[in-house]
Write a protein that binds this ligand. Sequence first.
Ligand code: SAM
Length: 231
Amino acid sequence: MQELTVRLEMVFEQVKTARSVIGSGRVIDVGSDHGYLALRCLEEELADTAVCTEIHKAPARRSEMALNDAGYKERSSVLVTDGLMGVKLQKNDIVVIAGMGGLNIIDIITKAVEDNGTGVLGDVVFVLQPQKSNDAVRQFLASKGFNYQDESVCCDRNIFYNCMRVAYTGKSGTVTSEEACYGPVLLDKYNNGDEKVREYFVHLNEIFEVRQRSNPTVRSALEERRKNECK
Ligand SMILES: C[S@@+](CC[C@H](N)C(=O)[O-])C[C@H]1O[C@@H](n2cnc3c(N)ncnc32)[C@H](O)[C@@H]1O
């Protein structure tokens, strides 16, 4: 079985839960690099077929070799492309976009919505693991009508990561600065005493203390957090 880092294991767990809710289908791993996630999804029968996309040829080749060597040549394909360009989304697809910046993730989803329309999106689950710009991702998701199914956190070699599972509902809305910076689902988990999320928030508060000097959204998020903490 393909071993994964703690971070990718968290992403994998979100794929696993998504698959337990929707029917069988593809896993599309955008920015697949070594192809480890797609491989593990095939090994654990979370994907009928896997599609890996890579913007660069060398990681695309790595993904292809990993999948072929493990005997999944017939059930996988690797495309050198930007995001989801050239991939027509289908019912029950699980799209993973992990390990890249939030602005890149926003760009990839924006283009996918343009190319596929919103019709099919209600039957697709997106598992997103931004390395930064979580606030921008959450503002984007809310404004475009994506709703959360879950968000999880982990600490991998002393670095905290989060992973969102979302689906398109068409019900657009807004998020407060606090929700954008901390995450609506994570705020709920925190309020329900989730220890991992509490540790994550301690870490975020430290970062935000510094960042608030130059970032008004972070400043108001910290203020809202302090007020809500005192309630
Ligand atoms: C840091 S790696 C993360 C790999 C893997 N998804 C993970 O989470 O471990 C990011 C990968 O995404 C690829 N990438 C970046 N932007 C991309 C885009 N717009 N479309 C496809 N691949 C992209 C990079 O080439 C790189 O291999």
